[in-house]
Design a protein around this ligand. Sequence first.
Ligand code: 2BA
Length: 103
Amino acid sequence: MKLIFAIVNKDDSNTVQSALTREGYSATKLATTGGFLMSGNTTFLVGTEDNRVDDVIAIIEKHSKKRTQMVPSTTCGDSEYASYPVEVTVGGATIFVLDIERF
Ligand code: 2BA
């Protein structure tokens, strides 16, 4: 059995949650905050059988959009060009898959 951690944009979270539920997966949704942008995102915990991990990832991928966001360059530690915002691409989803010892 595996535990999937999936960090998605909060604007996609309801769509991802509905799709996982519709396909029969149990999921827990946590309100989280990205360390870089310091803005809200959503983390899903999904426990499932090994042979269903790819299906879960495909569902999450399908409903998680890529976005670009402007951030002050000071966030990147660049003091020389501090006044210039830089563009970062966020998402679709950041996913970790862990082995479950016991459920
Ligand atoms: P944030 O930490 O707020 O990062 C948002 C986006 O900012 C990232 O998108 C990436 O494009 C950019 N970014 C992050 N750290 C950066 C840095 N040191 N220099 C330049 N740009 C940087 P994603 O990669 O799609 O990540 C989205 C969110 O997923 C992150 O939000 C964080 O909450 C989580 N995440 C990403 N990688 C992670 C990791 N290795 N461990 C734990 N959480 C992670």
